[in-house]
Every structure is written in C-alpha cells, then in structure tokens.
Design a protein around this ligand. Sequence first.
Ligand SMILES: [Zn+2]
Length: 366
Amino acid sequence: MPARGMYGEEFARGSIRAEAAGNRIAGDFYFAFGGNLGDKKALQELHGWRRYWKCTSLCHKCRAVKASAKADLSLNYSIFGDEAAWWATVVSHEQCVAEFDSPFVGEVEGYHIDLDLEDTLHNIYKGHARNAVGSCFGEMLLDGLLFPAGNLEEAMGNLDGDLRLWSRIASVRHTRHRLSVRALGWGKLDRKTMERVFPEMNSWWKAWEMQVLVPFAAHVALERGSADDHGKLRAVCLWGLAEWQHVIHCSGRRLDDDQRRRSKIAAAAYLLAYQKLAADAREAGRYMWHVLPKHHYFAHLARRTWSTGWNPRYESVFMMEDHGGRLARIHRGTHGETELRRLPERYLVGLAARWHQLAVALGARE
Ligand SMILES: [Zn+2]
C-alpha cells in the first residue's frame, strides 16, 4: 500500500488506508515484471531502438535490411526461408541491450528482450493479414474469378453474400462490415486505380473481423481459382495463415509437440508462399502481395512459437483494447471539467466492485 493517496494527499488519520500505508496488503502476492505488451510503436517509444521499421535496418533483433542501393541484399528482410542470411545475425539478449543501451537493464528486474512481446492483434489482424486477404480477393476480382466477372462491385457483393452464408454454416459471428471494392482499400471503382494501388483490407475492419476473414479467404482461394500453379500458391498462402491462427487458438498457454509442428508448417507455408507471390507480382509489374516489416517480425514470432511452444495468443492486446473501449465509455459520462479526476475514480469504484464480487464468489472473507 503506498504511503500517500493518488493525488499525493495524506491519508485521514485513523482511516483503513492510513493504517495500511507502507505495509504489504496482499500476503505473499506481489507484482513482478512479466513482459512489455503493446504495439511496435509503444515498444519503440519505450526503448528508442535505433533499428526499427522506419530504418533501412528494420529489426532490433537481427541485421535484416530493406532493399536499397547500399544495403546488403543477402540480408533482405523479405526472404523468409531457413536459408535467409539474416537468421544467422540474430543477436542475443546481452548483445541487444549492450548495443542499444536499454533503459530497462538494471532498472527492471527480470527484463529480457524476449519479454518485449510481439502483439498478434497489431502484427497480424491490423497488419499483414489485411494485405494477404486484400491481395487474395483483389487479385481474384481483377482476374475474373469472382462472379459476375464483368461487374466488380456486384462480384464483391456476391462474395459478401457467400461470407454471410459461410459464417452461418461455420457458426462464426457475422462481420459487421461488408465486403465491397472499397473494403479492399480501393477508393475508386476504376480499374486503372485498382491496378496501381496495393489492395489492403480497409482499416475499419476490426481485428476480430479479420480473424473471420482469414479462414473465409482461405476457403475462397481453395474453392475458386486454385486450378493453376498461381492459384494453388494463393490457396496455400491463405491456408497457412488460417491454419496458424487455428492452431494457436486451439492450444493452451503452451503448445504441445504436435501443435508446435503444425504451427511451424503453417507459418512456413504462409510466409514462403507470400514471398513467392510477392516476387511473381513484382516481376509481372502488378501491385499485389505487398511485403511489410510486420511479415519479418511475424517470422521471428512464428519461430519463437514453434521453438519454445509459448502461445502468442496470451500476449495479444485484445483485452487491453477492450479495456480502452470501457474507459472511453466511462469517459463519455464524465463532465469535461472534472474528467481527469472523475475518470480514474469511477474506474477504481468499478474495479473495487468487481474484485468484491470475485472475492464473494471465491468464498473469501468479506
Ligand atoms: Zn529480425
């Protein structure tokens, strides 16, 4: 229990808080550092790494680089196979903290670079899954594999109908947003624009909606247009991401040997197929299958998942984003002049009520 109140005030003499001040109030329980959780931007602001997504050297964990005239292309971050040279440049915890003069070392007991956790919500569902699903639908639309082939908007409307039907059959919650040409990030229904802009599911798609769209896209890619080699590759790519998502969602805190093996095959299928699709698109001059730094960070995450069995599902910020939404709801009912004081107070009142409920449910002493 802290010695003073939230606003630095003295506790009233004789109050419960004054008596508890400075003492341990939770018996043998205490807080310990468990990890840093947040999007990459938050982690970057915490650490101030000199190698991050905006730099040519984009990763604090290895020497991978973006393609440029001066860069060593053998370290290209967008190569994902085991043969990628950057795997041999992965740095240890000690090298990393020494190189970047981490503010955590010596300050936070138990800190390790592996405890800067990659968040699947931002990495996958607000990240590269939007490109994978966007390219899958975008390419199939432009190649006339969605019907009617001549009418792009109507074809996307029909695909949306298929999504509703598939969701019902698969007992999956319907997405709130609907599939359309605009949903693919193409603002104009004009073929020229569509051929010059990478498709990417619009940012209005929530992370949970993307979790629905990934397996649906895998289903569509397999059912339609997987007759030729390119179509097969597209189907493998989406299957890989859907299977990886399925494995980590069906596994506990720690993946068993079979789940680890499946996650490894799925991640490799996804990343290697994506890499080939991106290379083919580049060669053909098509704006499809855009490769992002997030794919590279996902490669690190996927390897950590199959090598250690730690389930990244438990390290996502889904709950925190939900919490942010709750705070916003309290905020809406607070007067502007007093919000800084009232919002934490109301939150603490709600939290105390919740803990009380829990304690009663667990049969604890009132
Ligand atoms: Zn790296």
